[in-house]
Design a protein around this ligand. Structure first.
Ligand code: N01
Length: 536
């Protein structure tokens, strides 16, 4: 087993966050060890290999900005990059900056315990090794702990069971097979049309219908890419000022929805529907703030569903009723059209609940459905799952599970009281999943890098979010979220998709004020963190 390896920092995860963190640690002269459960880099883009997987932020924006040469040399092929293309990009980044030598792959961090006397973290991995580090940086991702419902009888099913977030590396061929898909979030909505192209029969088990806007994905025109690259600095700068950290090339909203008359509203929605993508929700200033305004957008999409799906009863079942944008808006290619195919069937499990999984399929209250394969597109234990599945213990041996029993409690989403020298990249309480993740990740990595530099120059060696700062921060996040329509439905933002999970709105809406806040904290001696120098 060897001795204990000593490093300045352990970085858990080798996706967008872990790779950039390792790069910055190395540049700062810190020794670092990365651990990654997967067999390669990529994080979410390593695991989510399901058919149709594609990012819903445009490729030229969903990429690092920290290195000018990198952003100039990489050529994105499509408006929305596919999973294989993003994975190739991250592999390129890992090679270009020679990051793999600091990452141990196929290695899961099982525990991280603070050793208060030594002021270090003791990190144990599933290869039996122990690493001692001054700092632990969790780059574990917001959507990495798969949520697999515990359906009775699932272990008896003789066919294949797949989860979109843990997709096999080998090609899965659905040709001639009867496939069931459970879940109609982004992963289901992206994979269903592609699976339908192959499968002999496709049955979609829907619990909540979802809004989806066409992606209008296309090959990128080289002239368009050249223009983006010529103005990359300005584009990145403009995106920093967007509430979501992306989308500054989309026309900005100019008025509240109800200040426009019906014709004007329809024209605006129609133009954005034709353009495709998330810009639909930016048609008016108040779509995520005001219920009546939101209703106008929701009804527009319901009309589109009714116009697309030929069977009116089916269209009705596919038409969502919750606030649009409350669950993350989906971006699709041919999703609603898929239901016009004779071999595709929708089972509304509110009407016909799943009773159990049998050896040969799924039994609903209305009868048996024979299947060869079950695909779970049931999402993730989001934002906290990856952290809470590790055994993380802070001051006094307190487990993180206990500290967060009533919901995640962080300061800025970066620090956790009772867990000194541990930082979370895009943790709960930061804008994270409500933004372009790459933008939020770069911001956090750079903020942590500056903090470590401060530590080095001041001789401080223990940094811990104070309890008061965390309490105030959690209240602030809830107050801001409460001013929006986000908390009005059962979304994973609230933890509502995982039975028994505390219901707390986890991400903070609004990127620019958050960035300002973090800068203010740093400029004021890391206000809200207790910084101490050890006596040893
Ligand atoms: O997961 P989800 P996802 N029985 O939680 C249903 C990002 N992402 O993997 O709504 C039956 O959104 C659940 O029903 P309900 C993106 O941020 C991005 O699709 O809870 N059904 C829902 O329909 C996204 O939001 C991209 O009632 C059950 C579905 O499963 C996030 O990841 C692509 C169930 C889960 O939807 C998560 O997306 C993919 C049960 N027991 C993902 N449990 C792009 O960039 C859950 N469901 C495009």
């Amino acid at each position: 087993m060897g001795g204990v390896r000593e490093v300045d920092a352990v970085v858990v995860g080798a996706g967008f966050a872990g790779l950039y963190m390792l790069h910055r640690l190395r540049a700062g002269g810190w020794s670092a060890q990365g651990f990654e459960a997967g067999g390669g880099v990529g994080g979410t883009w390593y695991w989510n290999r399901y058919p149709g997987a594609r990012c819903d932020v445009e490729s030229v924006e969903y990429s690092y900005k920290f290195d000018e040469d990198l952003q100039q040399e990489w050529e994105w092929a499509e408006r929305y990059a596919s999973q294989p293309e993003i994975l190739r990009y991250l592999e390129h980044v890992a090679d270009r900056f020679d990051l793999r030598r600091d990452i141990q792959f196929d290695t899961r961090v099982e525990s991280a315990h603070v050793d208060e006397r030594a002021n270090r973290w003791v990190v144990r991995t599933d290869d039996g090794a122990t690493t001692s580090a001054r700092f632990v940086i969790m780059a574990t991702g917001c959507l990495s702990a798969a949520n697999l419902p515990s359906l009775p009888g699932l272990d008896r099913f003789a066919g294949d069971v797949l989860h979109t977030g843990q997709w096999p590396h080998e090609q899965v061929d659905f040709t001639g097979r009867r496939v069931g898909v459970v879940g109609t979030g982004s992963s289901g909505i992206q994979s269903i049309p592609v699976i339908a192209e192959q499968a002999e029969a496709l049955v979609v088990f829907q619990r909540t219908p979802n809004y989806s806007v066409p992606a209008r994905n296309r090959r990128l025109d080289p002239d368009e890419v050249a223009a983006v690259k010529a103005g990359y600095a300005e584009l990145r700068e403009a995106n920093q000022l967007m509430p979501t950290g992306f989308g500054s090339r989309t026309p900005m909203p100019v008025k509240p929805a109800l200040e426009a008359d019906e014709d004007e509203r329809r024209r605006e929605f129609e133009a954005r529907w034709e353009r495709g993508g998330f810009g639909f929700l930016a048609a008016f200033l108040d779509l995520t703030l005001d219920r009546a305004a939101n209703d106008t957008a929701a009804e527009f999409v319901r009309d589109k569903i009714r116009a697309t799906v030929k069977d009116p009863l089916l269209a009705d079942r596919l038409a969502p009723t919750q606030v649009i944008g409350c669950k993350r808006l989906c971006i699709d290619t041919g999703y609603f059209e898929t239901y016009n195919q004779a071999h595709v069937r929708l089972v509304d499990i509110n009407v016909s609940p799943i009773v159990e999984v049998t050896g040969t399929g799924v039994r609903t209250s209305e009868g048996d459905i024979s299947l060869d394969c079950l695909v779970f597109a049931t999402g993730f234990d989001a934002m906290t799952g990856a952290l809470l599945r590790m055994d993380i213990r802070g001051v006094g041996g307190q487990p993180l599970q206990e500290a967060w029993a009533a919901g995640p409690r962080t300061y800025l989403g970066l620090g956790v009281p009772g867990f000194p020298n541990l930082f979370v990249i895009t943790g709960p309480g930061s804008p994270s999943v409500l933004t372009n993740m790459v933008v939020s990740i770069e911001h956090h990595v750079e903020w942590i890098t500056d903090l470590l530099e401060h530590v080095r120059t001041t001789g401080v060696d223990r940094i811990e979010a104070t309890s008061d700062a965390a309490d105030e921060w959690v209240a602030y996040v809830n107050a801001i979220a409460g001013m929006t329509l986000f908390p009005t439905c059962n979304s994973w933002y609230l933890g509502a998709n995982v039975p028994g999970k505390p219901r707390i709105f986890m991400p903070l809406p609004g990127f620019p004020p958050y960035v300002e806040h973090c800068a203010h904290v740093a400029a004021n001696g890391y206000k809200g963190f207790a910084l101490t120098a050890s006596t040893g």
